[in-house]
Design a protein around this ligand. Structure first.
Ligand code: CO8
Length: 292
């Protein structure tokens, strides 16, 4: 709680919704950093790059989700920010998904708070008026994949060591309806059905072939290609693009908005079950063994 309160203070030291500048070269740059996020906002182009830097693997804990949500709010309110690129500063990993430790051995109240923050991040990203591009420079399982598919466009490093997908069933858990719908909206019903049932993690070439990512590029070009792509998207008349995005995503967003409490309750009931806790424990042990 203290960290979240401190974060709010740290991130609210700016005016007009702009992030607090920790260093500025010329007035067109507005950079900010907090513990786990670095935001470079180029005011000339109207593009912000959000670097996730939460070690070791950018897993989405309650505190990290809160930081992300606060940052998204600030950027969304900033009229000078029209495009957002999300990328990772951690080696080999874009985002490892939800922090498994947030779902293991926690009280129902805490689980509920955590899930509300997951919903919040998704609502902000999927409903963003900004053009959003995921610059996927590492593996992106589960919640990391969700984060990627909330964006308008995905560019992934062409490195066969990386993978992306909704692998929840492999952990013995079930992706909720809004994870599923975001996936259906991206790769279609049949691909989603097999993908979710088998908990598939796709190598970049496979991900491209089913449309889970839009483009593969050499690893060192992910950010530069994302920046070039952003220019193309920003050239489209803003209002028309935003209304089109909203039209495509509205029904999925509305479904969660009108069911938020029930969705939280479902999550809490499910995740606190003894059998599910056991599956999570086994999965965490498997991760450790893989390392040993
Ligand atoms: N949460 C917490 N800790 C994690 C996570 C995670 N998601 N992923 C990795 N870690 C930890 C590891 O345990 C390890 O810890 P330690 O150093 O203490 O041993 C450390 O991070 C580094 O991990 P690796 O050594 O495995 O790092 P690699 O670079 O070799 O691999 C990967 C990185 C590919 C990301 C790999 O760690 C991995 O596959 N992680 C698991 C990813 C995963 O399966 N995430 C699923 C999370 S669940 C989710 O997002 C959606 C849940 C929806 C819930 C719905 C319920 C109703």
């Amino acid at each position: 709680m203290a960290l979240r309160a401190a974060l709010r203070g740290l991130l609210s030291c700016s005016s007009h919704g702009r992030l607090c500048a920790t260093s500025t070269s010329i007035s067109q740059r507005n950079n900010s950093s907090s513990a786990n996020l670095k935001v470079d906002h180029d005011q000339t182009t109207g593009v912000a790059v959000m670097h996730m830097q939460s070690p070791p693997v950018n897993s989405l804990s309650l505190d990290f989700l809160t930081e992300i949500c606060i940052t998204l709010d600030k950027l969304e309110m900033d009229k000078g920010c029209r495009g957002l690129i999300i990328t990772s500063s951690q080696p080999k990993v874009f985002c490892a998904g939800l922090d498994i430790l947030e779902m293991y051995g926690k009280s129902p109240e805490r689980c509920g708070e955590f899930w509300k923050a997951v919903q919040e991040m998704w609502l902000k990203l999927y409903g963003s008026n900004m053009v959003t591009i995921a610059a996927i420079n590492g593996s992106s399982p589960a919640g990391g994949c969700l984060m990627s598919i909330t964006c308008d466009y995905r560019i992934m490093a062409d490195n066969p060591r990386y993978s992306i997908g909704l692998n929840e069933t492999k952990l013995g858990i079930v992706a909720p309806f809004w994870f599923k719908e975001t996936m259906v909206n991206t790769v279609g019903h049949r691909n989603t059905e097999t993908s979710l049932a088998l908990g598939l993690l796709y190598k970049p070439a496979e991900a491209l072939s089913i449309g889970l990512v839009d483009q593969l590029v050499p690893e060192d070009q992910v950010l530069s290609v994302a920046t070039q792509t952003m220019t193309k998207w920003l050239a489209i008349p803003e209002h028309a693009r935003q209304i089109t995005k909203s039209m495509m995503r509205k029904s999925t967003i509305e479904k969660l908005r009108s069911n938020r409490e029930a969705d939280i309750q479902n999550f809490v009931n499910f995740i606190t079950k003894e059998s599910i806790q056991k599956s999570l424990r086994m999965y965490m042990e498997m991760l450790k063994q893989k390392k040993a």
